[in-house]
Design a protein around this ligand. Structure first.
Ligand SMILES: [Zn+2]
Length: 106
């Protein structure tokens, strides 16, 4: 693991903020995080869909309450998962994965 979060905050109703040990700040839309859910069944669904995105995305209400998780749980010291109606129980977002998907880091 190259980087670990120093802080994970609910930034707004629709976004999550991660401040990393090197001072970098990531802001993720919950909607985007949901769309890249790393669990096995979502990966399968994405593979099947032509766009590479989850096919059910449009059905999820995108109001402020739509995507924000009820809570965020730590998985050991290497990942987090989101708990809530729209989230997968086995969707473990490792810190490496989150860092890789930060669109501000190229
Ligand atoms: Zn999933």
């Amino acid at each position: 693991m190259e980087h670990t979060p120093k802080e994970i905050n609910e930034f707004t109703d629709t976004t999550l903020q991660i401040i990393w040990d090197d001072g970098h700040e990531s802001i993720f839309l919950y909607e985007d995080l949901r769309a890249i859910c790393p669990c096995a069944s979502c990966r399968r669904l994405r593979k099947k869909s032509r766009t590479g995105k989850l096919p059910f995305k449009k059905k999820i209400p995108l109001g402020s309450q739509g995507m924000s998780p009820e809570k965020i749980e730590f998985i050991g010291n290497y990942a987090i998962k989101f708990v809530g109606e729209n989230w997968c129980d086995t969707g473990f977002y490792t810190f490496d994965f989150l860092r890789e998907n930060d669109s501000n880091l190229e």
